[in-house]
Design a protein around this ligand. Sequence first.
Ligand SMILES: C[S@@+](CC[C@H](N)C(=O)[O-])C[C@H]1O[C@@H](n2cnc3c(N)ncnc32)[C@H](O)[C@@H]1O
Length: 218
Amino acid sequence: MSDVLGEQKRYYAERAPEYDDWWYRRGRYELEPDALARWQADVAEAEAALEGFAPGGAVLELAAGTGIWTRKLVRLADRVVAVDANAETLALNTPAAKLVQADVFSWHPAERFDVVFFSFWLSHVPQERFDAFWGLVRSALRPAGRVFLIDSSAGDKAHTGTDQEGELETRTVADGRAFRIVKRRWEPDELADRVRPLGLDVDLTMTANGSFLVGGSR
Ligand SMILES: C[S@@+](CC[C@H](N)C(=O)[O-])C[C@H]1O[C@@H](n2cnc3c(N)ncnc32)[C@H](O)[C@@H]1O
């Protein structure tokens, strides 16, 4: 598994310059008009859910990437610490956050936060690291701290990967190079039930068109 996690890290380093094309549905990630309208409605729903959650105070963002959500968090919170393993993604993130290059599987927070946020990250956490990852989340939270997450949902019909095999998937970058990554799409209740014994009570929903899993602490 550590080989795959290394490959997954490299995949996102190589994909950094084209990453936002997926979110904004440009180039090879373009969608037909109907599918695009559904995607955009789900994006708006996810954005509204985050605004409704009101992530104030000090926010930790894990696997922050190019900053699609970091740029929203810095508007909503007092300050944001954004961690990602790759210099290539962080170079495209916003200087309005404190950017930290570190591997989430070995990093330990030096302070506690009001909110821990991660988007399109949990689905890349393999089963064998799942409990330890949530241990990191808990250890980063102040006593009344809250968690919020956004991810691909099990209802997502527009998968960008191929060759799904167990929790592994093969992805390609624009030049055709292929990488194995972890990709586990959760159902809302299934995930809430899985994290409750780990000490976190989360309320999750699927966006109306099934693209995303969204939610956070009750
Ligand atoms: C699917 S992207 C999500 C980026 C961002 N959260 C977003 O929603 O746009 C996954 C991110 O995880 C980062 N990453 C991969 N392996 C990592 C690791 N072991 N520790 C920290 N970040 C990692 C990648 O560099 C990439 O930016």
